[in-house]
Design a protein around this ligand. Structure first.
Ligand code: ATP
Length: 512
C-alpha cells in the first residue's frame, strides 16, 4: 500500500469505526482539532495505562502528578517560553503558504539521507553477506560527499539559529534552492519568529497583568512541584515525577491528522538526578524508552533515534525516537537532558530555594533532570497505522484488520451467539456478565457470524467467543483469534482466565 494512501485509509477507517472524528464537524470542523470517539477513547486510555504502568507502577522511585493547565504566568518567563518558544516561519509570496523554515531545511536533508540509504540498499544487494555497511559508508565516494553536505547544512543552520540570524536561515534556504513543496515557487518572504503559546486573560482583569497562558508542555507543572513531591513523598535522588496531561501550541502548520495538533496530550517523566550523573541516566532512559516501544511488537524496523542538531534552550543532550509513520520517519518521543536549567530559573524568578539535601553527600544541590516526553496522540497514530492491514484471504475474500497488540485493543473480546434463538443469546449474556467487569467486551447477535467476525477484525478485537448449540450441552465455546483466525474450543469456566492471560500488560513487560 502506498504510504500516502495508507494515511488516507487510516483517517477514513478511524472515522468510520468511531476512533477519531474531526472536531465540531457539523460546523465543518476546526483545523487541527480532533475528538476521540467510543473506540478511540478506549485505545487512548490503554496507551496511557501502558505508559503509567511502565513508568510509575514498575519503578519504586517514580510517582505521579496531575498539575493544573493554568500556571502563574511567571512560570513561562522563567522557563524561557515567553522569550524563546518560537518557530522560525517563512511564507511563500506566490502560493501564500506558510512553512516552518527549520522543517523545509530538515526535509531537504532527509532527501539527501534517503539517497545515501538507497546506495546502501543497492550495495547490500550486490555484495550479499559480505557487505559491511560501516565500511561502505566510510569509503564510498558518493556517500562521503553526501554526508559532508548534510554536515555542512546542519552546521550552517545551527550557527544561524544559535546567533538568531534569521537572514542567515533565509540565505540557506535560497542557497539550497529549496522550493515551496506544493508549487515549486522559490519566492520567499523573510524568516520571522512566531511564539507558539496560546494567551488568554484571567478572570475580569484585562491588560498585561491578567495575561495567562495555556501550558505548552506539562513539564513545568512538575518542576514547580519538585519540592512538594520530594518532601511529602520522602523521595531520594534519583527519583522521577510522571504526568499525563493536555498541552497547547499554536502550531504554524498543523497537518497530518492527529500527528500535529494545537491541543494535544503529553506523557512526561522528569527524572531528578545528581549533577554529573546525567549522562548515565540519559542513556538509561533512551534504552528504557526504546524497549517500551519495541515490546509492543509493531516492528523493530519502525523505530530510529535521531540526535538533535539544534538543542532546545534548556538541554545539554537530546534525541528523538522516530517512528515510521505513513508520512515517513517522524518524531514520536523526545528524550532530553535538561540540566538544572528549569529548577535554577524557577529559583531565580520565585526567590524560593528548589534544592535537595543529599544525606549521603551531606550537602544541598539543585538536581539535574532527564526528561522523557511522548505525545499520546502521536503514539495513538503509531499504533493505529502500524496495525492497519488489508488482507487477501483464501477463497478470494478480503478483510481489513487492526492487528493492535491485545493489551492495547479497545475491545478485548466479543461474545457472539451463533443464532439469535434456542437459548444461545441467554448463554452468551451469562458469559458477558462474567467477563465485563474485568474486560471491555461487546455483545453482538446481528448478521451472519462471518460478518460479525469481520466487524470485530476491523476494530481490532483480539478474541471472538462464539456460543453454539454444543455450548448448551457441554459448557464449551470457541475462541477465535483475530490474527490467525484459528478457533479453539475451551470450557466456559476457563474463558475468563484465558482472556486475562492473553491481554495482560504483563506479557509486554516480560517481552521487553
Ligand atoms: P516537533 O518537532 O514535532 O514540533 P517538538 O520537538 O516540539 O515536536 P517536544 O517539545 O519535544 O516536541 O514535545 C514532546 C512530544 O510531544 C513530541 O515528541 C510529540 O510526540 C508531542 N508533540 C509535540 N507537539 C505536538 C503537536 N503539536 N501535536 C501532537 N503531539 C505533539
Amino acid at each position: 500500500m502506498a504510504q500516502d494512501d495508507k494515511l488516507k485509509k487510516v483517517i477514513g477507517h478511524s472515522k468510520e469505526y468511531g476512533f477519531v472524528f474531526p472536531s465540531s464537524e457539523i460546523y465543518d470542523g476546526l483545523s487541527a482539532a480532533y475528538d476521540y470517539g467510543q473506540l478511540g477513547v478506549e485505545l487512548k486510555n490503554n496507551i496511557k495505562n501502558y505508559w503509567w504502568t511502565a513508568m510509575v507502577k514498575m519503578h519504586e522511585n517514580i510517582v505521579g502528578l496531575d498539575a493544573s493547565i493554568f500556571m502563574h504566568p511567571t512560570t513561562w518567563k522563567a522557563s524561557g517560553h515567553v522569550d524563546a518558544f518560537n518557530d522560525p516561519l517563512i511564507d511563500n509570496k506566490d502560493s501564500k503558504k506558510r512553512y516552518r523554515a527549520d522543517v523545509l531545511i530538515e526535509d531537504y536533508v532527509a532527501k539527501i539521507q534517503a539517497k545515501i540509504q538507497k546506495d546502501v540498499t543497492k550495495a547490500k544487494k550486490r555484495f550479499g553477506d559480505a557487505f559491511n555497511e560501516e565500511e561502505f559508508l566510510s569509503t564510498n565516494a558518493n556517500c562521503l560527499r553526501r554526508s559532508a553536505e548534510i554536515n555542512s547544512i546542519n552546521e550552517r543552520f545551527k550557527t544561524a539559529m544559535n546567533a538568531e540570524d534569521l537572514a542567515g536561515v533565509k540565505q540557506l534556504i535560497e542557497d539550497l534552492g529549496i522550493a515551496d513543496p506544493d508549487t515549486g515557487s522559490k519566492n520567499w518572504t523573510d524568516v520571522r519568529q512566531f511564539n507558539l503559546m496560546f494567551k488568554t486573560e484571567l478572570g475580569a482583569v484585562s491588560g498585561d497583568s491578567g495575561v495567562i497562558y495555556l501550558r505548552p508542555e506539562t513539564a513545568q507543572g512538575i518542576f514547580v512541584n519538585f519540592l512538594n513531591v520530594q518532601k511529602t513523598g520522602r523521595m531520594k535522588i534519583p527519583f522521577g515525577i510522571a504526568q499525563i496531561g493536555k498541552a497547547f501550541r499554536n502550531e504554524i502548520i498543523a497537518r497530518q491528522f492527529i500527528f500535529r495538533m494545537r491541543e494535544f496530550e503529553q506523557m512526561e517523566l522528569q527524572f531528578f538526578v545528581k549533577p554529573g550523573t546525567q549522562e548515565k541516566w540519559y542513556e538509561y532512559w533512551k534504552n528504557a524508552r526504546i524497549q517500551w516501544h519495541k515490546a509492543l511488537g509493531l516492528g523493530e524496523e519502525n523505530y530510529q533515534f535521531h540526535d538533535h542538531v539544534k538543542m532546545a534552550h534548556y538541554a545539554d543532550n537530546a534525541a528523538d525516537i522516530e517512528f515510521n509513520f505513513p508520512m515517513g520517519f517522524k518524531e514520536l518521543e523526545g528524550i532530553h537532558s535538561r540540566t538544572d536549567f528549569d529548577l535554577r530559573q524557577h529559583e531565580e524568578h520565585s526567590g524560593k530555594k528548589l534544592q535537595y539535601f543529599d544525606p549521603e553527600e551531606n550537602k544541598n544541590y539543585v538536581p539535574y533532570v532527564v526528561e522523557t516526553s511522548i505525545g499520546l496522540d502521536r503514539m495513538f497514530l503509531a499504533v493505529l497505522s502500524a496495525s492497519y492491514n488489508e488482507e487477501k484471504l483464501e477463497g478470494g475474500n478480503e478483510r481489513t484488520v487492526l492487528n493492535i497488540p491485545p493489551a492495547l485493543a479497545p475491545v478485548k473480546a466479543a461474545i457472539l451467539p451463533l443464532l439469535k434463538k434456542d437459548g444461545l443469546p441467554e448463554k452468551a449474556r451469562e458469559i458477558l456478565k462474567e467477563l465485563q467487569f474485568d474486560f471491555n467486551c461487546q455483545y453482538d447477535e446481528k448478521d451472519a457470524i462471518g460478518r460479525r467476525y469481520r466487524r470485530q477484525d476491523a476494530i481490532g478485537t483480539p478474541y471472538c467467543i462464539t456460543v453454539d448449540h454444543q455450548s448448551l450441552e457441554d459448557h464449551t465455546v470457541t475462541i477465535r483469534e483475530r490474527d490467525t483466525m484459528t478457533q479453539d474450543r475451551v470450557a466456559i469456566a476457563d474463558v475468563h482466565r484465558i482472556i486475562g492471560e492473553r491481554v495482560a500488560f504483563k506479557n509486554l513487560f516480560t517481552q521487553a
